[in-house]
Ligand binder design. Structure first.
Ligand SMILES: Nc1ncnc2c1ncn2[C@@H]1O[C@H](COP(=O)(O)OP(=O)(O)OP(=O)(O)O)[C@@H](O)[C@H]1O
Ligand code: SF4
Ligand SMILES: [Mg+2]
Length: 371
C-alpha cells in the first residue's frame, strides 16, 4: 500500500550561534507498509520521525526518493490527484488539544469533514450525525455526551479519541500515529494504544507508529516491523520482536536499555549499554553516524559508512567504503537494499561490528556476524 524508497529531506537552518548549516532530517529511508500491516519507527528526539510522518501525509515535501501509494508514484501526479492519495493517509498528532479547534464543539469538528466526505462518495450529507455517532462509538466515546462539548470540556484521552474519530471521517486506509500518547495522562495511554491496535484488526487500517518508546511500538505494532532510526537513517529493522529480542546495533541496544519492554517489563537486565556521549550534530564523520557515541567504535567505523545488510552477513559486507559523506550516498543505500530484499521483514542492521549483547534481561546468543 505505501512504499517509501530512499526518502531524503534536508533542511537549511540558521542558528544565532551556529550560523547557516543544513540538517539532514532523513537520509534515504525505505519501507513497505502492506494493507492492514504496521511499521513502527523508533528513535530519539530529532532523528526525523515527525518529518517522515508529515511526508507520508503530504504535510511536508521531500527532496529525494519516491513515495508510492497503491502502486502510484505520487510525485508524478498533479496536486489535485495527489491530494486524493494523501486523503487515504491520516495523521494523529502528539497534542490532541492543539489538533482540535477550541472554539468549535465536537459536532462541528466531525460534521464538516463528514458532510464533505458524503458529497464525495454520493452518500447523504444530512446523515452526518449518524456517522459521527458511529465513529465516536467506535473510538470508545458516548456520542450524545461528547458531540455538544468543546475540546476543553474533555479529558486528554477523550480528546485524542475525538482526533482519531476525526481522522476516520475520511475513510483512511492508513493512520500515522506520531507519539500519539506522549501528551496523555499515563492512566489513559493504554486505552488509546489498545484503540489503535483495535482499528488495525477491526477495520484493516494500516498503521505507521512513530515513537521513542519501544514498549508501545511492540504493543501496537504487534506482528509488524520495527525500524530503528538514528539521525535520519534506519540502522536496524526487522520484525518487531526480532529486533527487540535480538538487537545487534549498538544504538538499538542503547534504546532498549533505556526503556522497559512490555514482556519483561520488570526485568531491565544487568548488562546494558549506554551512549557514551551526547548527540552532537555538528561533528559529522565520514563513517558511521553513531561513531561519536558508540562504545564499540573502531578506527574503521570512523572512515567507513555501514549500510543495511541481513543479520547473518559478515561485517565486511556491512561496509560501503565511505569516501562519500555519511548518509549522502542514497544510491548506494538503495542498491544494498535491493540486494537484500527491501520491504521484507528480514532482520537487517547497519553496523560494522554487530554483536548480540545481553539487554532487557533476556539471554541472547551472539549473532553469526559478531566480531
Ligand atoms: N521546518 C524545519 N526547519 C528546519 N529544521 C527542521 C524542520 N523540521 C524539522 N527540522 C529538523 O529536522 C530534524 C528532525 O526533526 P523531527 O521533528 O522530524 O524529529 P523527531 O524525531 O520527530 O523529534 P521529536 O522526537 O523531538 O519529536 C531535527 O534536527 C529538526 O530540528
Ligand atoms: S559501525 Fe562501529 S561505530 Fe557504528 S554502531 Fe557499529 S560498532 Fe558502533
Ligand atoms: Mg516528532
Amino acid at each position: 500500500m505505501i512504499e517509501a524508497r530512499g526518502i531524503t529531506r534536508t533542511y537549511a537552518s540558521h542558528g544565532a550561534f551556529t550560523g547557516a548549516r543544513t540538517v539532514q532530517a532523513l537520509r534515504g529511508v525505505d519501507f513497505t507498509l502492506p494493507a492492514g500491516g504496521a511499521v513502527s519507527f523508533i528513535g530519539e528526539s530529532g532523528c526525523g520521525k515527525t518529518t517522515l510522518g508529515k511526508i507520508l501525509t503530504g504535510l511536508e515535501t521531500f527532496d529525494g526518493g519516491e513515495l508510492v501509494v497503491d502502486g502510484v508514484e505520487l510525485s508524478r501526479l498533479k496536486p489535485r490527484r495527489r491530494a486524493e492519495y494523501f486523503r487515504r493517509i491520516q495523521m494523529i498528532h502528539q497534542d490532541p488539544y492543539s489538533a482540535l479547534n477550541p472554539t468549535r464543539p465536537i459536532e462541528a469538528t466531525l460534521g464538516a469533514p463528514l458532510r464533505m466526505r458524503a458529497r464525495q462518495t454520493g452518500a447523504d450529507p444530512a446523515k452526518w450525525r449518524e456517522r459521527a455517532s458511529e465513529l465516536l462509538t467506535l473510538v470508545g466515546l458516548e456520542p450524545e455526551a461528547v458531540l455538544p462539548k468543546y475540546p476543553h470540556q474533555l479529558s486528554g484521552g477523550q480528546r485524542q479519541r475525538v482526533v482519531i474519530a476525526r481522522a476516520l471521517t475520511v475513510d483512511p486506509q492508513v493512520l500515522i500515529a506520531d507519539e500519539a500518547v506522549s501528551m496523555i495522562d499515563v492512566s489513559m495511554r493504554l486505552g488509546i494504544l489498545g484503540l489503535l491496535r483495535d482499528l488495525r484488526s477491526r477495520l484493516g487500517i494500516s498503521l505507521v507508529f512513530i515513537t521513542h518508546d519501544v514498549a508501545t511500538a511492540r504493543y501496537v505494532g504487534e506482528g509488524g516491523e520495527l525500524h530503528v532510526i538514528y539521525r535520519g537513517e534506519v540502522v536496524e529493522r526487522g520484525l518487531t520482536d526480532d529486533v527487540i529480542l535480538t538487537p545487534v546495533h549498538p544504538y538499538t541496544q542503547c534504546l532498549l536499555s533505556a526503556v522497559p519492554i512490555m514482556r519483561g517489563l520488570e526485568e531491565p537486565g544487568p548488562d546494558r549499554t549506554a551512549p557514551t556521549r551526547a548527540l552532537d550534530e555538528r561533528s559529522p564523520t565520514p563513517g558511521c553516524l553513531f561513531e561519536p557515541r558508540c562504545p564499540f567504535a573502531t578506527e574503521e567505523c570512523f572512515t567507513t559508512h555501514p549500510t543495511l545488510v541481513p543479520l547473518d552477513a559478515g561485517p565486511a559486507s556491512a561496509a560501503r567504503t565511505g569516501e562519500a559523506g555519511a548518509g549522502t550516498d542514497t544510491a548506494a543505500n538503495t542498491d544494498a537494499e535491493t540486494d537484500t530484499g527491501a520491504g521484507t521483514a528480514e532482520h537487517q542492521h547497519a553496523c560494522l561490528h554487530p554483536q548480540a549483547r545481553r539487554v532487557v534481561g533476556v539471554e541472547i546468543e551472539v549473532g553469526a556476524a559478531s566480531t
